[in-house]
Design a protein around this ligand. Structure first.
Ligand code: TXE
Length: 500
């Protein structure tokens, strides 16, 4: 790649990856191969093996052996932390490579991918500390004859299924925390964005992670994904993706071994803007919240709930902001909004835009595909005159489409915000502390932003209320999620006999 110019060049030929089992890369061999085209350029960029169910069994067996013989969970926290710290350092060393392949497969801007990769290295640094500080509890108040302990133990073999919108970031919000807990892993990345997951497996081996602790099996959701969620020797599964597949995960867990589940599903996240907000900041935040990653974020702020007295003025301010956002080639350093990641998602977004117009919403801006010569791009779009019953106000579009819903009172704002089956994230913009706290308390969402949006880092947990999911990832909560608790009663001294 030519790093001198402001636009990186495309690879001269697709990069070929193997999958990853028991500490080594396995070439595709006679297996079918999936050739991925860059959504920003429509040229082939990677070649990924389509694994078989037998490959998945091999990966689960490797993870099972690595867990059961305690080669990882039996190490002390210091030793586990050392591996995670080295992995963080190696991610930084290979940051440019990871960002490049992430951009090619996903279509996100290279500058954004670089920021995400830096954040991912930080996840490993932070989780390394948790490997050392994870602890249980003790009960010294049970009388002189009894002492109580609560210990945390790793759950076991964890399956991870990731989507295509943040292939590396979502992975790194999970992997270091799971490894910190002492579990071992089998990952099934999205079939269209597997490259950077395979790079992470290489990095972890180089960092000193024992063989079998991190395995990656590539392939489709309906074959490999379904086999992983049904697998009887997988103890826990972390799924991030659509609500429809989330339901299948719950069914499969019930039909197999009742594996523990973590689910991060869809969102239809409110951005509540009061008239007393710093409207300039809020307009920038709302534009960012809907156009970042082309709106393909589970936490995108897709419903603008704005106080009626400033609704028109504010809509104009957001429109002006979006008009200045640079949409274009993801490999160009100046690009802020890249390509739509999959053909199917491109169709879904365009269908919702047509549906919004058919339902009677007013198209304020955007609403069209942008011709960049190649690849698939959609202009950031705003709909006004939206009513809460319209599909564009209720369903997750997963694209750069903002719907505006006005309100008159605080109660009404809260009620509109909660009028959804989802509860993943929410933002409130106001300079009035009472309103900010009232809204933060009463709106049902797992992540809340006050006078900001899409903020995050390794310390704070993420996850959803209502149908947005189960459990939490990241932070100390993320490590604890992958442990189970054991209570230990220890009798001290002579037993009081039951039979005299
Ligand atoms: O997701 P899928 P898709 C939402 C978003 C988007 C819609 C569809 O609204 O428009 O989902 O996206 C694997 N058993 N989100 O179709 O299918 C699949 O291979 C096991 C929100 O891409 O859920 C991939 O690895 N696994 C979301 C992962 O599930 C299966 C992010 C996600 O794919 C499977 C992505 C099966 N039967 C989409 N079928 C978020 N919360 O961020 C598929 N998969």
């Amino acid at each position: 790649m030519d790093t001198q110019s402001t636009r990186l060049s495309l690879p001269s030929e697709p990069r070929t990856f193997g999958f990853y089992v028991d500490g080594a890369e396995v070439p595709a061999g006679g297996r079918d191969v999936f050739e991925r085209n860059s959504p920003g350029h429509d040229v082939p960029v990677t070649r990924i093996p389509k694994c078989t169910p037998a490959d998945l069994d091999d990966a689960v067996d490797a993870a099972r052996r690595a867990f059961d013989d305690r080669r990882w969970s039996g190490l002390n926290g210091q030793a586990r932390a050392a591996v995670l710290l080295r992995a963080g350092a190696l991610i930084r060393e290979r940051a440019e490579e990871i960002a490049y392949w992430e951009t090619l497969e996903n279509g996100k801007p290279i500058s954004q991918a670089r920021g995400e990769v830096a954040g991912c290295a930080d996840m490993f640094d932070y989780a390394s500390g948790l490997a050392r500080s994870l602890h249980g509890d003790s009960f010294n108040n049970l009388g002189d004859g009894m002492f109580g302990l609560v210990t945390r133990e790793p759950v076991g073999v964890v399956g991870i299924i990731t989507p295509w919108n943040f292939p590396f970031l979502i992975l790194c919000e999970r992997v270091p925390y799971i490894l910190a807990s002492g579990c071992t892993i089998v990952v099934k990345p999205s079939e269209v964005t597997s490259a950077t997951t395979l790079i992470l497996a290489q990095i972890l081996t180089e960092a000193g992670l024992p063989a079998g602790c991190m395995n990656v099996v590539t392939g489709s959701g309906s074959t490999i994904g379904q086999a992983l969620i049904e697998h009887p020797r997988v103890d826990m599964l972390s799924f991030t993706g659509s609500t429809a597949v989330g339901r299948r995960v719950v069914e499969a867990a019930g039909k197999s071994n009742f594996k523990k589940l973590g689910l991060e599903l869809g969102g239809k996240n409110p951005q509540i803007v009061f008239a007393d907000a710093d409207l300039e900041d809020a307009a920038d935040g709302v534009a960012f919240g809907i156009a970042f990653n082309t709106g393909q974020c589970c936490v995108s702020g897709s419903r603008l709930i704005v106080e009626r007295s400033v609704a028109n003025e504010f809509a104009q301010m957001v429109q002006d902001k979006l008009a200045k956002a640079v949409v274009g080639d993801p490999l160009d350093e100046a690009t802020q909004v890249g390509a739509i990641t999959t053909d199917a998602q491109n169709r879904t977004i365009m269908d919702y835009i047509a549906k919004g117009q058919a339902e009677g919403a007013r198209l304020i801006c955007g609403g069209e595909a942008l011709d960049m010569g190649r690849g698939q791009y959609i202009a950031p779009t705003i709909f006004g005159d939206v009513t809460p019953d319209m599909a564009i106000a209720r369903e997750e579009i997963f694209g750069p489409v903002l719907t505006i819903l006005p309100f008159d009172t605080v109660d009404e704002a809260i009620s509109i915000a909660n009028d959804t089956e989802y509860g993943l994230a929410a933002s409130v913009w106001t300079k009035n502390i009472d309103k900010a706290l009232m809204v933060t308390r009463r709106v049902q969402a797992g992540r809340f932003w006050v006078n900001c949006t899409l903020a995050g880092g390794p310390e704070l947990p993420l996850g959803g209320f209502k149908q947005s999911g189960w459990g939490r990832e990241a932070g100390i909560y993320g490590v604890e999620e992958y442990t189970q608790v054991k209570s230990v009663h220890i009798e001290i001294g002579k037993r009081t006999p039951w039979i005299a």
